[in-house]
Design a protein around this ligand. Sequence first.
Ligand code: DCT
Ligand code: MG
Length: 400
Amino acid sequence: KKKKISGNTIAENKKLVDISWFIGCMKEKKLMDIQPSQLLKRKVDADDGPSTKKSRYSGDEAEEHALFRGDANAEARALAFRRGSATLKAHPKEIVCEEDLKNLPYIGLTNSAKAGHCKMVAMEILSEGFSDEVEDVLNGSFYKSMKLFTGIFGIGPQTARKWYHDLGMRTLEDVKGKNISLTYEQSLGMEHYDDLNTPIKLEEAECIIKMVEKACNEVCDELTMTLVGGFRRGKSQGHDLDLLISHPEDGKEKGKLVLIIEKLKEHFIYTGRKMDVSNNLNKGNFASSTMDNFEKCFSIFKFNKSWLNSNLEGKAEWKAVRLDLIVVPSHQFAYALLGWTGTKHFEREIRRYARTEMKIVLTSHGMHSLDTKQNFPAETEEEIFQKLQLEYRAPSERCC
Ligand code: DCT
Ligand code: MG
């Protein structure tokens, strides 16, 4: 049953820098051989995770599996695995033996069952080059089906679990065959399954960016458009394209999204719009949620392949891609930029750090003191890092 992997996951991940490591360093002064400032200056590989050619695991599997299971404590367990793998990704030195794991936050340093579990898996990979437990998860029918089902646009772990456990479904054929009722979004997800599960390439993203930019200019030449998400971190491909739209004058961004969508309407397969609920910082209703209240459009865009390949001119060959447009008022732009650049784990950790270490609530809308309720305006991401007493990290250094 045992299969060898060709590389060492931990060693290959060592170039990536993670904020949980930074926080771990700050809290656990025992890690004297590596200074946080050294880590913050390191050049990193902008692609999340190690190359799949070299390594069997991406570091996401254990977290994913815990979330898929969805039982009591699932989120805490998923987070523990994410923190453990992020710490390993962040480590600037090659980890070769158990001793090297000893002082790592969320692995060897923390004395908890979850940290112990991370350590056990890491040790197994160190000695065998792979982990039986991870292999069992990856090869198991539950993980495989959950991966398939949650790959459908509009399907989350809860529905996927129901399909697996209650309806006994295992494959996409089962989804088609069982005659279950799907929402409009989910049926689009099924229809365009292969396209939506094919990564968007940077060159494709660039074409779409130009088109959205043109539409924005036609609506109002002062509108700005900013690339966020994985592409801003320097990734060469992503599962979607995330764009912030703003106007230098607060309030003038309002009502523009519908006009931009109208300009591009022939290119959209689907435009799921969400109106902004509240931009009022004082209400604090977004404080505990990762989701923000910006007006946005989670769309499916028709990418015409002839835009990149002139040989296809005239042929109706296109693929469906996920495009998110988020409209942001100028005074919240720096916060939205930070919040939408990711990674998800980086956002979670910097917010946790702000709250627990600085008593500051940080969201994509702004930042306020838990004690005084005072808001902190910021023009740039650098100012936000400064306010949090963190050294600035470029987007490419927020990979974890
Ligand atoms: N985000 C977040 N919390 C969420 C969802 C998103 O903080 N629950 C932030 C972090 C990343 C950014 O928004 C964009 O989200 P995704 O597009 O899902 O992630 P990505 O990093 O752009 O990954 P990909 O390249 O695969 O799209
Ligand atoms: Mg994205």
